[in-house]
Write a new protein. Structure first.
Ligand code: UTP
Length: 227
């Protein structure tokens, strides 16, 4: 069965809007598609993680420990999704790539979250995709694809439906310099995918039809990054 890694942003899982209903629907979708592909879902931290990090930073907590707070929240989000999946996934998120690969022998869906300070869950997703030999990675995020510029500042920005790995590296690299959440994918993760030529689909995670199509490798509204 083909392996697919889904990077689920915290901004998709728990933005604070109809989260229980969304998680129930998302769990239903993941259960259904797990009959066709072997799924690895990596959960992000979103604004809850940012809240802990910002509050800790005001307290003078060192960066490494702030990252640990963020990792804790990504793991809580994995447990919450795990609870919604009702037995189809591991209860405790994997802490290593080898551990995730082992869990895939027993579970239809494998949950993973943050691992080490200094990373993001996009990076965990890219490294996991490489480790397990995934056919693609789906980045379920709060926007519906990669744009030529941040659409909030540039009303004439266009969504790019297909780009190459090199274009992704260039765009995420540029995005990183401008402070703010306009980077749809971690720049280091983008370079991992470019090196290993693992296709990436960027899709609005709350659009479940689009998300399902992207996971199954069908045409979807969003951005496909490939050769
Ligand atoms: P993420 O980077 O995954 O969440 O982890 P995000 O940036 O809020 O993205 P979305 O909105 O979920 O897509 C949150 C924080 O947790 C720490 C980092 O501080 C990161 O900013 N973290 C996460 C790590 O240090 N290591 C990890 O492996 C994962």
């Amino acid at each position: 069965m083909e392996k697919v890694v889904v990077s689920l942003g915290g901004s998709v899982l728990v933005p604070g809007e109809e989260d229980a209903r969304f998680l129930r629907d998302l769990a239903g979708l993941l259960r259904a598609v797990s009959r066709h592909v072997r799924l690895f879902a990596v959960t992000g931290g979103g604004r809850v993680a940012r809240y802990y990090i910002e509050t800790g930073r005001e307290l003078g907590v060192p960066e490494r420990r702030l990252d640990e707070l963020g990792i804790g929240i990504t793991r809580m989000n994995a447990r919450l999704l795990g609870a919604a999946l009702k037995g189809r996934a591991n209860r405790e998120p994997a802490t290593s790539y080898a551990g995730a690969a082992r869990l895939a022998r027993r579970h239809a869906i494998v949950l993973m979250a943050g691992t080490r300070p200094g990373h993001t869950t996009d990076r965990v997703s890219a490294s996991l995709a490489r480790f397990v030999g995934a056919g693609r990675i789906v980045n379920a995020t709060s926007v519906d694809g990669v744009y030529t510029a941040d659409p909030r500042d540039h009303p004439d920005a266009r969504r790019l439906d297909r780009i190459t790995f090199e274009e992704l590296v260039r765009l995420t690299g540029e995005g990183h310099k401008a402070a703010g959440p306009n980077v749809v994918f971690d720049p280091v993760a983008a370079r991992i995918l470019a090196r290993d030529r693992i296709p990436l689909s960027v899709v609005r995670g709350r659009d479940l039809e689009a998300l399902e199509a992207a996971i199954l490798g069908r045409p979807f509204p969003g951005t496909l990054v490939s050769d």
